[in-house]
Design a protein around this ligand. Structure first.
Ligand code: ADP
Ligand code: MG
Length: 478
């Protein structure tokens, strides 16, 4: 009897589970979902490029063994990576074949599981639709974990989120059509777009929802030109009730694809179908787009997503940890949220790295481990001045161990170092007095205020002290 992809993967998992640490299993294997089993090739979906690389680096031999056990020696494994292509110039979906020596010669853009129309195989010339066959089942390509429920609301995303929610309640019938979401990378566009799609499907099971990356759209269009069936391509898209097109900026300079998208857009819009577009820029800042297309992007609502503030970053981490079912001390969460201020993806990346470190080295997740990780991590990403960074600079300068600032000591030199850390935190970060106090020895805001006054006074009156402050200031801003 032939097994299907779910059974095969389940069997693999049960072996894997017995062979690795529980935490590692939770971190690296539970988030994987099996997609399909075709010709002895099992395709699994992994949440990110990082994830995929991690699996390849650490679990390849285990995976190989289990796949061979399940599928025989010619069994193969392919990955489908959910990822945002705007962060990298690499092929958007890379597929590796770790369990076979055969070279994968397929073009990854073609090999990727588009599966809009289940049978994208060589003997069906039309990969999208057979005209007239309205009952075609469209796979929405939505990722279940990108739900509204898991999308944390903050000032940074309130407008976009609530507009998205309104759209999901009433697709095509609000004035948010198209809904145009824009932000820098890693701030939740893709997540929110999926959330809208999922919610629509929930509310209106009969509507056809499709999430497509702009690159997929382009690749399909090119394929349709090659096969001389552009009409089918267009017809397919005209069937969609809620069309989500991610990272539209990739259409820049692609005149032909813009043209075809323009027609699809008009058709759907006229029929009051919902269109959701994401981009890394506001419509006015987009380059290489036809004006008539750009003007349509402005018809509905353009809503941006910003970097979440500290509280929201903490909430995002907590949610993530909660849904992963892991134990991470609050101080670690807070420390991560403090240190990684660039975007949510990097924030999650830092968390994943810590979980991975902890599970691999069988070390507890604690502040120490977090410090080590962040040292490596943040240096390569951003140089935002944080309270921790300042503390470290001050302590290095006076040759003190950094955690002494948080001790109860009232020794003069330590009190002074603590006061300097507070002073510079006030000067260089946006943190409130209360927050600064909390992070410098658990003091209250009045203590911080007092520290700032003391330092200012000393700068006025003590020449040596002034030199300290000036030198330190330079060091911190470096
Ligand atoms: P973008 O498409 O803007 O580059 P993504 O939607 O891919 O960003 O988000 C990057 C990661 O951050 C995803 O794992 C996503 O789930 C997470 N994320 C972003 N914003 C939020 C949020 N408000 N709440 C929870 N998770 C978020
Ligand atoms: Mg994205």
């Amino acid at each position: 009897m032939k097994k299907n992809h779910v059974e095969v993967w389940d069997n693999c998992l049960s072996v894997i589970k017995d062979n690795i640490h529980y935490q590692s299993f939770k971190t690296w294997f539970e988030p994987i979902s099996p997609l399909k089993l075709d010709n002895n090739v099992l395709t699994i979906q992994v949440p990110s490029q990082f994830f995929y690389e991690w699996l390849e680096e650490h679990y390849i031999s285990l995976l190989k063994k289990t796949i061979t056990k399940e599928l025989g020696s010619d069994g193969r494994l392919e990955y489908s990576i959910i990822m945002d292509s705007s962060t990298t110039n690499k092929e958007p979906y890379s597929i590796k074949v770790p369990t076979s020596n055969r070279k994968d010669t397929k073009n990854p853009a073609v090999a990727m599981p588009i599966d809009l129309n289940k049978g994208k195989s060589r003997d069906i010339p039309n990969p999208f639709i057979i005209p007239g066959l309205k009952k075609i089942k469209v796979q929405s390509q939505l990722v279940d974990s990108y739900s509204f429920e898991r999308f944390i609301e903050g000032d940074c995303n309130r407008l976009a989120r609530s507009a998205g929610y309104a759209v999901a309640e009433n697709p095509g019938r609000t004035s948010f059509n198209p809904l145009y979401l824009y932000s820098n990378v890693g701030l939740g566009k893709t997540h929110l777009a999926h959330a809208i799609g999922l919610q629509v499907k929930n509310n209106f099971p009969n509507l056809t929802v499709l999430y497509v990356s702009t690159e997929q759209f382009m690749a399909q269009y090119i394929e349709s030109v090659r096969n001389n069936n552009q009409n089918d391509f267009v017809h397919f898209y005209q069937m969609i009730d809620v069309l989500i097109v991610d990272d539209i900026q990739f259409l820049a300079g692609k005149e032909k694809t813009q043209d075809v998208f323009f027609h699809v857009f008009n058709y759907l819009h006229q029929k009051s179908k919902q269109i959701i577009i994401s981009s890394d820029k506001a419509p006015v800042e987009m380059k290489g787009m036809e004006p008539r297309l750009l003007s349509r992007f402005k018809w509905g609502l353009a809503a941006d997503l910003q970097i979440p503030d500290l509280e929201t970053r903490i909430a995002i981490l907590q949610k993530r940890i909660y849904s992963d079912g892991i134990d991470v001390p609050y101080e670690v969460i807070e420390y991560l949220a403090y240190s990684v201020t660039t975007n949510v993806r990097e924030l999650e990346g830092a968390l994943i790295s810590i979980m991975a470190q902890s599970s691999l080295n069988k070390k507890a997740i604690n502040l120490d481990l977090a410090h080590q990780m962040i040292d490596k991590f943040v240096k390569s990403t951003s140089k935002e001045i944080s309270i921790d960074y300042i503390q470290k600079a001050v302590c290095d300068y006076f040759n003190l161990p950094v955690d002494i600032i948080n001790s109860k000591t009232r020794k003069r030199e330590i009190v002074q170092a603590r006061q300097l850390a507070m002073y510079f935190s006030k000067k260089h970060t946006k943190s409130s007095l209360a927050t600064i106090g909390m992070h410098c020895g658990n003091k209250d805001h009045a203590t911080v205020l007092h520290a700032c006054r003391t330092v200012n006074n000393l700068v006025e009156t003590d020449k040596q002290f002034r030199v300290y402050v000036e030198e330190l200031d330079k060091k911190i801003k470096l």
